[in-house]
Design a protein around this ligand. Structure first.
Ligand code: 5AD
Ligand code: SF4
Length: 491
């Protein structure tokens, strides 16, 4: 995170030179852009507005908080509306439909920009790491002002300045990086919980997945940097942290002094004020007994594991390059459950991977039934250019995939409605997260296993952990009522 740094003290005179070292170089450009903001304010009598939209995963959501932190530091006022002076899309490319959504939104933005020609439009994130995408945007969406990728989001101010100064599209895509820039501002979406990056990139190369190509090689942040960020978060009122990485189970392997993920969890556990620790995502092949032990021994690590299985067929898993079999996955689930019987397990499943037969699909259904996932994100296989699976023969016909997808979804939903009710009529701790959108007088919170609970309450509860009696299970969530601390002890 970011120590207050006085941008107004930086020398940004016309003949000044930007520092070469980070993060000081970015502070310099933030100060330059802040000057521009002041001129805008004088001219328009208001601060320029900024809007960010995140597509994709939690990593992107966290990146967007950092990008908004830089924009706020520069002097932009955040708005919920795309009709803004600065619009930034943080894109995702994991499946083709994510790309299509971005192109669709860009069409809309071009109409807004016609009405407000000084509007700045920026695109960043995973989609921008694909050369074909950048070429298409430069050719067909020429109104886009700034384009950057996943490795250099810390450079937003520098790129904005370049665009303002030179008056032409600023494009900056890095193929890969070993750089991790600390000490930049960040704007948090929730005051009481926060994502914390512990590592970037992925080395697994699952054969369907584009992530290793767009997020680069695995690199871990130093444990001391992570812990001091979490200390600062705790001091500012955060009670729950989500440790983020594509494959947290291989955390620390590339550090000068290697640390295991279980070791990191123990260090995070010792931070006072933090009550809940979550993490994602775990790759089954790297999930160690040491981690299971550390989770089971911990009072703060939530009883929830997101453990993507992707397929139940060992044959397909091999073609996916997942490096575990169906049996190994089930055996791992057995070990986890033996250590933590109340744990909630969630997963990701892909349907229609090239060559998937009905028998393979039945194996997937079998794993779903045997494990009894609390929930599963189900995806239709999407062909990503450049990945090994895109060149595989036997792509499964669309109607067959759709039929399997529907059957899988039904199975997943039936099971999850049953499994999620496991704590019915118990008193459990709930972190109150938001005022209910649908029913007045209610708040929405989460159990430590991530299940949602609605219960009567008001905004004053947001951010606190309170005991709630789980009165009724409605499939994926509970209706409950708050009780006193004494009731919790009888549970
Ligand atoms: N097609 C469909 N789903 C995919 N995922 C990753 N790549 C693809 C793809 N090409 C899914 C995986 C992963 C989740 C984040 O997205 O299930 O775990
Ligand atoms: Fe993609 Fe596999 Fe890496 Fe996950 S572990 S990001 S699915 S390559």
């Amino acid at each position: 995170m970011y120590n207050e740094f006085d941008l107004d003290k930086i020398d940004i005179d016309i003949d000044s030179e930007p520092p070469t070292e980070e993060p000081f170089r970015q502070y310099y450009f933030m100060a330059k852009c802040r000057d521009w903001v002041r001129a805008f304010e004088q001219k328009n009598g208001r601060c320029p507005t900024a809007f960010t939209q995140t597509f994709g995963c939690q990593m992107n959501a966290r990146d967007s908080e950092k990008l908004m932190g830089i924009l706020t530091e520069i002097g932009f006022c955040e708005t919920e509306d795309e009709n803004a002076d600065f619009v930034l899309y943080n894109t995702c490319t994991v499946r083709e439909n994510a790309n299509q959504r971005v192109y669709g939104r860009l069409g809309y933005l071009s109409t807004l920009k016609k009405k407000n020609p000084s509007m700045l439009i920026a695109l960043c994130g995973c989609m921008m790491q694909e050369p074909d995408v950048v070429a298409k945007i430069r050719k067909s969406y020429r109104f886009v002002d700034i384009i950057f990728g996943t490795h250099n989001i810390f450079r937003l101010a520098e790129l904005m300045w370049r665009r303002l100064d030179e008056g032409k599209t600023a494009v900056d895509i890095w193929e890969d990086t070993s750089l991790i820039v600390e000490e930049l501002p960040s704007e948090r979406k929730y005051p009481f919980k926060s994502g914390v990056n512990i590592m970037f990139g992925c080395n697994n190369f699952c054969s369907y997945c584009i992530v290793p190509y767009v997020r680069g090689r695995e690199r871990s942040r130093k444990p001391e940097d992570i812990v001091s960020e979490i200390r600062r978060l705790s001091a500012s009122g955060v009670v729950e942290v989500m440790l983020l990485g594509q494959n947290v189970n291989s955390y620390g392997k590339t550090l000068d002094t290697p640390v295991t993920f279980a070791g990191l969890l123990r260090q995070v556990e010792s931070v006072e004020g933090i009550r809940r620790i979550r993490f994602m995502t775990s790759h089954p092949k790297d999930l160690s007994d040491e981690l299971i032990g550390a989770m089971a021994a911990s009072k703060k690590v939530c009883r929830h594991l997101h453990l993507p299985v992707q397929s139940g067929s060992s044959r397909i898993l091999k073609a996916m390059n997942r490096r575990y079999t169906k049996e190994q996955y089930l055996e791992l689930v057995g070990r986890i459950r033996a250590a933590m019987p109340d744990i909630s397990l969630t997963t990701d499943i892909i349907v229609g991977f090239p060559g998937e037969t009905e028998e393979d699909f039945q194996e997937t259904l079998d794993v779903v039934r045997q494990v009894g996932f609390d929930s599963a994100f189900t995806f239709i296989y999407s062909k990503r250019t450049g990945t090994p699976a895109a060149a595989m023969e036997d792509q499964v016909p669309e109607d067959v995939v759709k039929d399997r997808f529907d059957r899988l979804l039904k199975e997943v939903q039936d099971i999850s409605a049953r499994v999620c009710a496991r704590d019915l009529h118990r008193v459990k701790d709930v972190l109150a997260e938001s005022v209910d959108d649908h029913s007045a007088g209610y708040v929405t919170g989460r159990l430590d296993n991530n299940t949602i609970v609605h219960f009567p309450g008001d905004a004053s509860l947001i951010g606190s952990i309170v005991p709630v009696y789980l009165e009724e299970s409605r499939g994926f969530y509970y209706m409950g009522r708050m009780v006193s601390d004494g009731d919790r002890i009888q549970d």
